[in-house]
Design a protein. Structure first.
Length: 179
């Protein structure tokens, strides 16, 4: 069993190192420096319902604590494969250690590919940026694919938890129905 000294896993409030030898057969969600705890909790709850793991890329814009997450995620948090990474670089090292199991797919308003044509698949990690600022250009450029959710003209963006739910549903649909 390999461990990553840059990563922290929290489940039930217990700190431990993640197992990096696991092959991720389903998608994962990575939240880049989230800044609204309620949205983070909602995404964790959604991921639990879909059986999808979540990576939190720190620093967060709030104190990441079990009580705050429980308020939004309720008892679903016990069912999430949650890994916290101390930085973007630590997240990338973790992916390297796993052999980059799948693509890094950034959900962004500037995406070239509409969500329904993205071909989300097994092993892909769906990356979502900060609610207030998205992701920096270097993170944007690191993505293997940049995907957008089509919206009505003049609308700026969806709530990040809503966008995550839509993308996770599309990923699950794509995986179970063959695209």
């Amino acid at each position: 069993m390999s461990t990553c000294s840059d990563c922290r896993t929290y489940r039930d409030g217990v700190e431990r190192a993640p197992v990096l030898s696991r092959v991720f057969l389903l998608m994962r969600v990575a939240l880049y420096q989230p800044d609204i705890p309620q949205n983070t909790g909602t995404i964790l709850r959604t991921a639990a319902c879909f059986g999808i793991g979540v990576d939190i890329i720190e620093p967060c814009g709030f104190v990441f604590s079990e009580p705050k997450m429980r308020r939004a995620g309720m008892d679903y948090l016990d069912h999430v494969d949650l890994v916290r990474h101390r930085s973007w670089e630590a997240f990338l090292r973790s992916r390297e250690a796993l052999g980059k199991a799948g693509r890094l797919v950034l959900l962004t308003t500037g995406g070239e590919v509409p969500l329904d044509r993205s071909g989300l698949g097994a092993g892909d990690t769906l990356l979502l940026g900060r609610e207030t600022a998205g992701v920096p250009e270097a993170v944007h450029d690191s993505a293997d694919l940049r995907v957008r959710i089509p919206m009505a003209e003049g609308m700026r963006s969806l709530n990040v938890a809503v966008a995550a739910s839509m993308a996770l549903w599309e990923g699950q649909r794509s995986l179970t129905m063959g695209g």
